[in-house]
Design a protein around this ligand. Structure first.
Ligand code: HEM
Length: 127
């Protein structure tokens, strides 16, 4: 009985070590759901002028856009879509660098540029 309890504890411990480390981003991406979540982050970014708050939501937006970049879009549009998402991610990273450098003066212009890019790509890819 004691041995069984020990084995069970060991098994649970091991499953905790290995089972929990499965990447959360694997599998099929639901683009509509991911975009909806991006919309929430985008709202939070535009509703704040605190660089620390913006940085938090930019990090979430970056993760979600990275997930979205693996989603399937219209037949034939996938390479252009992935390139567009890549361009978007690079611009997000540029804004993150601006915040890290403490250069808040540039933030509004950069966020506006990101919004323009969002609109451009929505025009190109949204059904
Ligand atoms: C700040 C950035 C972005 C935000 C906040 C955003 C937000 C959204 C929202 C709210 C939707 C509608 C989801 C629904 O049907 O309820 C949507 C759809 C979509 N967006 Fe974005 N988006 C962003 C960037 C992008 C970029 C960069 C691309 C492409 C490179 C893109 C491609 C699409 C596509 C293809 C759809 C249609 C998804 C579907 O209905 O299956 N989005 N987006």
């Amino acid at each position: 009985m004691r041995i069984q309890a020990l084995l069970l504890t060991a098994a649970l411990g091991l499953s905790g070590c290995f089972g929990a480390s499965e990447p959360v981003n694997q599998g099929v991406v639901d683009l509509q759901r991911t975009m909806k979540a991006m919309g929430k982050e985008w709202k939070a970014i535009n509703g704040s002028d605190d660089p620390a708050v913006i940085a938090t939501h930019l990090a979430n937006l970056h993760q979600l856009s990275s997930d979205a970049s693996r989603a399937m879009v219209r037949k034939g549009a996938q390479p252009d879509y992935e390139a567009a998402m890549w361009e978007f991610l690079v611009m997000v990273e540029g804004i993150q660098a601006t915040i890290a450098a403490g250069d808040a003066d540039n933030l509004p212009a950069q966020i506006k540029a990101l919004d323009d890019l969002r609109k451009t790509h929505h025009n190109a890819f949204k059904p």
